[in-house]
Design a protein around this ligand. Structure first.
Ligand SMILES: Nc1ncnc2c1ncn2[C@@H]1O[C@H](COP(=O)(O)OP(=O)(O)O)[C@@H](O)[C@H]1O
Ligand SMILES: [Mg+2]
Length: 397
């Protein structure tokens, strides 16, 4: 029997552990680094990867692992909208507080946070940590000491701290952050012998460069772990496990199609899997279902990522018209500059170079170095489908 109530796919949210595939090298490496803190040594990692590649999922899996297997108190907090050190530090302590809420020894730790704990939510299910600005500034200044005091408090129960700071893209743009982090690490190294704290910053690969530009010596401090695409085999494993979980069969040619269009990108395999899951009506995914699923997924992905990022950003009528011409070509991931140029009128030709630069900056295409100068490639298999759909829509309208 198959189950049509809940999709096993989670596009956009960290994947549940039982559906996690791949990354075994990175996991081994990270676990080794986490292991280092048991000797009292503080560790710093930068986890780098493009959007949707699986950074948050990896961090969340790792936190789960260290929490259950290593007796380490772990937090994974998202700092996407945070731009000040005070907010960042407040988030970190609030998350630590929330994490300990489940523990029997919460009352002990609550005292540590003083009078700034607020029980929120209808039934006091959640807690927040909201000290006044002055105290937050103090926490920023004395961050090593505050963490050290917390470590002392939980010593009986936990052997260390795991802190994953996700989406730090905005924060690392600030020179204060780079300097603060550097002095944090230096102070820990000089003043604390036993400081079992693992900190992992998570962000886009270019943010690592930003950080090293703002504070060059930071690059000696961070161990960089980078994640890239999954292999087709891993994508296939994922789709097989996910569909099997809900009792749905997948025919081989349908599987091949979904794997191909996923282009090794975790986010795409979830979008395609999810769309196909809802399209299927009989518990067997055949090629027709898969094609419809890919088209639906392209629609969703385009609306979520290309509409706001590209269609709204690229307003110039000439750019729009080039984009539509790009979409007219038979669906293909690669193109040569000169082939597209041949379809353009004089005015479009004049701005074509800038157009290409712009959509490159927006992360839609990249230079195809292997095929030489003037060769470009969409960053995934799905974007050209959406661009084609858009130009078809325009033609009909
Ligand atoms: N190793 C993995 N196995 C299965 N699904 C994954 C894996 N990594 C990521 N995903 C899925 O891919 C999508 C993007 O993952 P996410 O961790 O949010 O990426 P990032 O944080 O790099 O933007 C999510 O839908 C997530 O469920
Ligand atoms: Mg993420």
């Amino acid at each position: 029997m198959y189950n049509k109530e809940n999709s096993p796919f989670t596009p956009g949210s960290p994947v549940p552990v039982e559906l996690f595939v791949g990354r075994s090298e990175q996991i081994k490496e990270l676990i080794r680094y986490v292991g280092q803190i048991s000797s009292g040594k503080q560790e710093n990692v930068f986890l780098a990867g493009d959007r949707g590649i699986g950074k948050s999922s990896l961090a969340s899996g790792l936190r789960y692992f260290v929490g259950t297997q290593k007796n380490i108190l772990g937090i994974h907090t998202f700092l996407g909208r945070v731009t000040t050190l005070e907010e960042a530090v407040r988030h970190i302590f609030e998350q630590l507080l929330k994490e300990t809420k489940k523990e029997a020894w919460f009352e002990d730790i609550a005292k540590f946070f003083g009078k700034y704990i607020k029980e929120i939510g209808l039934f006091g299910i959640s807690v927040s940590f909201t000290p006044p600005e002055q105290d937050l500034k103090e926490l920023v200044r004395n961050f090593p000491e505050a963490l050290n005091n917390l470590l002392k408090k939980i010593k009986e129960q936990k052997s260390g701290l795991f802190i994953a700071l996700d989406d730090i893209n905005g924060l690392v743009e600030k020179v204060e952050f780079a300097n603060w982090y550097k002095s944090f690490v230096d102070e820990v190294a000089t003043h604390y012998k036993d400081f079992p704290v693992f900190i992992m910053l998570i962000g886009l690969p270019e943010k690592r460069d930003t950080l090293s530009r703002l504070q060059p010596s930071l690059m000696r401090i961070f161990r960089v772990v980078e994640i890239e695409k999954l292999s087709d085999k891993e994508v296939k494993d994922f789709l097989s496990i996910a569909f099997e979980k809900v009792g749905i069969k997948v025919e081989p040619d349908a599987m091949e199609l979904m794997v191909r269009f996923s282009s090794g990108l975790p986010l795409l395999m979830h979008e395609i899997g999810d769309a196909t899951f809802w399209i299927d009506t009989d518990g067997v995914i055949n090629e027709k279902d898969a094609i419809a699923g890919v088209v639906k997924a392209a629609e969703n992905i385009g609306q979520k990522y290309l509409d706001p990022k590209v269609y709204r950003a690229v307003r110039s009528p000439r750019y729009r018209s080039i984009l539509r011409k790009l979409g007219k070509r038979p669906l293909s991931r690669n193109f040569m500059k000169r082939d597209v140029e041949a379809m353009l009128n004089e005015e479009e030709k004049r701005v074509f170079h800038n157009f290409l630069r712009r959509i490159r900056e927006l992360g839609v295409i990249k230079a195809d170095v292997e095929r030489g100068p003037g060769a470009y490639r969409f960053v995934n298999e799905i974007y050209p489908i959406y661009i084609w759909m858009e130009s078809e829509r325009f033609k009909r309208a």
